[in-house]
Design a protein around this ligand. Sequence first.
Ligand code: FE
Length: 168
Amino acid sequence: MIMPEKNEAKRKLNLTAAVEEGPYYKPGSPERKAIAGPGTYGIKMTLEGRVFDSQGQPVPGAWLDFWHADGHGNYDNEAYNLRGHQYADNEGRYRLETLIPGDYMMRSPHVHVKVRANKKSPVITTQLFFPGETKNETDPIFEKLTVIDVKDTIDGHKATFDFVVERH
Ligand code: FE
């Protein structure tokens, strides 16, 4: 969790590490925070955090487009289940209601995301990974810089991750 202090506002933050897009991105996802349709297999999870620029300032209205596999490791390539985009609120906060993706083939569980500050800003495409997954050791695409924090609470799995993007 990135916690910029007021007097550190000028500190330069590293941009979120990019990870390859993979073959299953579909443009045109619906705008929504809850992306798992009824009956989708998987353990419920919320993922939330903030979007900052490299000066540590929150980015209201940042665009985030998420897509990932269901609990069996399958993507919906016909429609838009487990796909959705949203815009960060006035404090740069986002919240995704979804489920924990399953692994598939070489891949450890991951959530794909594209994020950008605004329409004129470069898009960062990355993948978020889960801590403690054995396949993290062998997945050739695994990136330790984009491992999320996950807590198992009475309200289900709560994951957090903050993004840092370029703002133009
Ligand atoms: Fe994938």
